[in-house]
Ligand binder design. Structure first.
Ligand code: CU
Length: 249
């Protein structure tokens, strides 16, 4: 009878595990950054779900097992149990720490200096400028035609829609002209504060063409919720054509 109960709890746990992890596993990542973050999320879920099921299982079992016990006696000391849960917790925390730091150390998650980038191709460098309540993108290394929008150093400048090539490293230098904003593209796993007087760097390599939503993720005033934009990921050829087109050549 007791074995039967334990079996039921284990079976329920397995179902809960599959049900909870399936949506995360089915998630397709649109960039290397998003893939790393979702991979970590999934690994942590693999550790967290069995622990949750185990703890809740023991709790429910204990409540049921001692339901008619009017004078419960606490366990005064159980050294083996105490050593076990201390070591088990240490191992779990070590796993969480190592797994997290591995992802945090990835250049696609935490941007490093450009020297540490092992890319066969020059990264695309884009300055992202936040201002109440819109986004401006300055494409470094692209000379703007005078008839087009011109950014600092005569670079090609665009507002609201950011166009980036697929399968190529793109570095964003994020800044603000007034006060705090935050550049946030959830589908690409990108989030970085925009602060006046400094450039915060993030980088990614998009792996899926498409159009993704850009949000401001730092409350910045009455127009904050409308401070939106779009990120269009296109093929390398299409990107070059788009640059040429914008330059009017
Ligand atoms: Cu905002």
């Amino acid at each position: 009878m007791k074995r039967h109960r334990v079996g039921s709890v284990a079976l329920f746990g397995a179902f809960a595990f599959v049900a909870l992890t399936q949506p995360a596993a089915a998630q397709t990542s649109a960039s290397e950054t998003a893939e790393l973050i979702w991979g970590l999320n999934l690994n942590l879920l693999y550790a967290a779900v069995p622990i949750t099921v185990l703890v809740e299982g023991i709790l429910i079992y204990t409540v049921w097992r001692f339901r008619n016990n009017d004078e419960p006696l606490p366990t005064m000391e159980n050294r083996r149990l105490e050593i076990s849960w201390t070591i088990a917790t240490a191992i779990i925390l070590l796993f969480v720490g190592v797994a997290t730091y591995q992802v945090l150390a990835e250049p696609m998650v935490t941007a490093q200096s450009s020297q540490e980038l092992a890319t066969d191709q020059e990264p695309v460098e884009i300055e992202v400028v936040a201002q109440k309540y819109y986004w401006t993108f300055n494409y470094n290394g692209t000379a703007a035609n005078t008839s087009q929008a011109v950014g600092p150093n005569n670079t090609l400048s665009q507002s609201d829609t950011l166009v980036i090539p697929e399968n190529r490293t793109v570095r964003f230098a994020i800044t603000s002209t007034d006060w705090l904003h935050a550049f946030h593209v959830p589908a690409l796993g990108l989030k970085q504060d925009a602060m006046p007087g400094q450039h915060n760097t993030i980088q990614t390599r998009a792996t899926e063409t498409g159009t993704y939503q850009l949000y401001c993720a730092e409350y910045c005033g009455s127009g904050h919720s409308q401070m939106l934009g779009q990120v269009r990921v296109v093929s390398e050829d299409e990107y070059q054509n788009w640059i040429d087109e914008q330059q009017g050549s």
